[in-house]
Design a protein around this ligand. Sequence first.
Ligand code: URA
Ligand code: SF4
Length: 187
Amino acid sequence: MIFLELEKLNRIIRNCKKCELWKTRTNAVPGEGPQDARIMFVGMAPGRTEDIEGRPFVGPAGKFLNKLLESTGIKRSEVFLTSPLKCFPPRNRKPLPKEIEACKPYLLKQIEIIRPQIIILLGEVALETLLKRKDVSNVRGKPIEKDGIIYFPTYHPAAGMRFPKIREKLLNDFMKLKKIIQKLQLS
Ligand code: URA
Ligand code: SF4
């Protein structure tokens, strides 16, 4: 798979049957954004709207993410948006560890192809999948460098929509993100 480009990888993901979720999905959601994006956002899993449209972050959490992006001056069209899990878990349940394990190679491949400078980890599933830790509240809002990539953990926008205290912290983290991105001249 070494020289595979994003489009070819997307085709593989859309036909994937590596875990049981292929049976209940309408569309797999590989992610979207330019192949040379400098900024990547990693969420959790597609929701119902994403499953229907086959596109990431187009439901309520995505609308909230759009607002967060606007607040930082980051253009949605410039970033790559995806999730550790590419298919909708029925009834919106949390992804199972074995599903994440099956799907994770696609995310790693996307990172390898795109080579973003910064990856924003939206919530615990993204943090655990890429940095093997679960303590979002301890590590949020601070950059962590690993293998030449800056990781920036924060909460998932869906959590921010539900809990005002988390929303406040999420907004705060995005202000810090804005400064980091300006410093790196990524946007
Ligand atoms: N939440 C996610 O984590 N990913 C999506 O694509 C949509 C909602
Ligand atoms: Fe394949 Fe991932 Fe979908 Fe499972 S969730 S079927 S591993 S693309």
